[in-house]
Design a protein around this ligand. Structure first.
Ligand code: AMP
Length: 355
């Protein structure tokens, strides 16, 4: 039995991939209507600070993985005392904090946007004076899909921006005039064996991933740089499982000769890897299962080019067209309630043979 912390669509697709390899999953999540609960063998619906529930969960499984990097570290410690957890608390500690993440990247030679950690409106004010504006203020913790982010423009009031961000610590980031946004998903086993899916291009709308194009059209040298950088992060973090790395590709190399900068990392399956279900021999979800179960890595070499579109609440009517389209691989997450901006499913179109 494989334990999964979190019950969203990533857990659902992981449990489906695990089932294909003959593994039942035990999902631990906080609410009773999460998508993964429909497709798992065992379920615990409890809070992430419920020690007793965490202990019982850990005792019931051979290994634990997760679909959410913000699982409280205390919960991981309780579980790790009983059964192995991949990825570990040390990986999550870095991935939970945008400041630590960027510092770590720089330490291992990976480029990032220039940044300053700010702990008050006054510190923000002085950072704004040093930075070329516009810049982006983000909360260091719990930010996703653009939440907790404020674009800082010249003349903006630091106290207003600080209040808008709404959290205890922020990171001011220089605005990167990127040519494109790409991501690389790396898989790593406990013995260090590693593989990476090719870089893909991501298009965001309203801060939410809208489309993934596989492959990203990149010069071979940039493709190599992106893959090397993502692999370097996975190795240096000693990730067991997956590491999704979101990257900015610059039009021209920066002063350090870098064309690729890290934006953020997520040590779990990633929305920009959903296309791998239909276009690769081994999907990101199966790859995760293989890594945490200590099985050989699968093949991350795609057989088809692909474009993935997210289906948000406002797009749900498009499903009638997708279901009738033989070229569309439709995946719905079984969410009971549709809301604007909520990820309800995705659709992948295969685009011919991978070169
Ligand atoms: P994040 O939550 O950090 O992934 O940011 C969400 C999106 O905002 C990214 O995918 C980019 O499109 C944009 N963004 C974030 N940080 C920067 C930056 N420093 N410069 C330019 N665009 C950014």
């Amino acid at each position: 039995m494989i334990g999964i912390l979190g019950g969203g669509q990533l857990a659902r697709m992981t449990a489906l991939a695990a089932a294909r390899l003959g593994f039942p999953c035990h999902v631990f999540c906080a609410s009773a209507d999460e998508p993964a609960l429909d497709v798992c063998a065992a379920r615990t619906v409890a809070a992430f600070d419920d020690c007793e529930a965490l202990t019982r969960f850990a005792q019931s499984v051979a290994v634990v993985t997760l679909e959410w990097e913000n699982v409280p570290l205390e919960a991981l410690d309780i579980i790790a005392a009983i059964t192995p957890v991949h990825p570990s608390a040390s990986v999550l500690r870095v991935a939970q904090d945008r400041g630590l993440e960027k510092r770590f990247a720089r330490e291992v030679g990976v480029g990032t946007a220039d940044f300053a950690i700010v702990k008050s409106a006054e510190e923000l004010q002085s950072a704004m004076e040093r930075f070329t504006l516009p810049a982006i203020l983000k909360s260091t913790r719990m930010g996703y899909d653009g939440r907790g982010q404020v674009t800082i423009t010249a003349g903006m009031d630091a106290a207003d921006a600080w209040a808008q961000m709404g959290s205890g610590e922020g990171i001011l980031e220089a605005f990167v005039a990127f040519e494109q946004e790409v991501s690389v998903i790396v898989a790593r086993r406990e013995d260090g064996a590693l593989t990476a899916y090719p870089p893909v291009r991501n298009v965001h709308r309203d801060h939410i991933l809208a489309e993934t194009h596989a492959p990203a059209a990149l010069d071979p040298a940039v493709q190599k740089e992106a893959t090397a950088l993502a692999s370097q992060l996975a190795m240096q973090l000693h990730v067991v499982g997956l590491l999704a790395v979101e990257l900015f590709v610059l039009k021209e190399p920066n002063a350090k000769g870098q064309r690729v900068l890290m934006n953020e990392i997520a040590p779990r399956p990633h929305n920009s890897g959903h296309w791998t279900i239909d276009a690769c021999p081994c999907s990101q979800f199966e790859m995760l299962v293989r890594c945490v179960a200590g099985l050989p890595l699968g093949s991350a070499v795609p057989h088809s080019q692909a474009v993935m579109h997210n289906i948000l609440g406002q797009d749900i009517a498009k499903c009638q067209g997708y279901i009738a389209d033989p070229s569309a691989c439709l995946h719905l997450y079984g969410k009971k309630e549709s809301r604007t901006g909520r990820k309800m499913g995705h659709v992948t179109f295969l685009k011919g043979k991978w070169d």
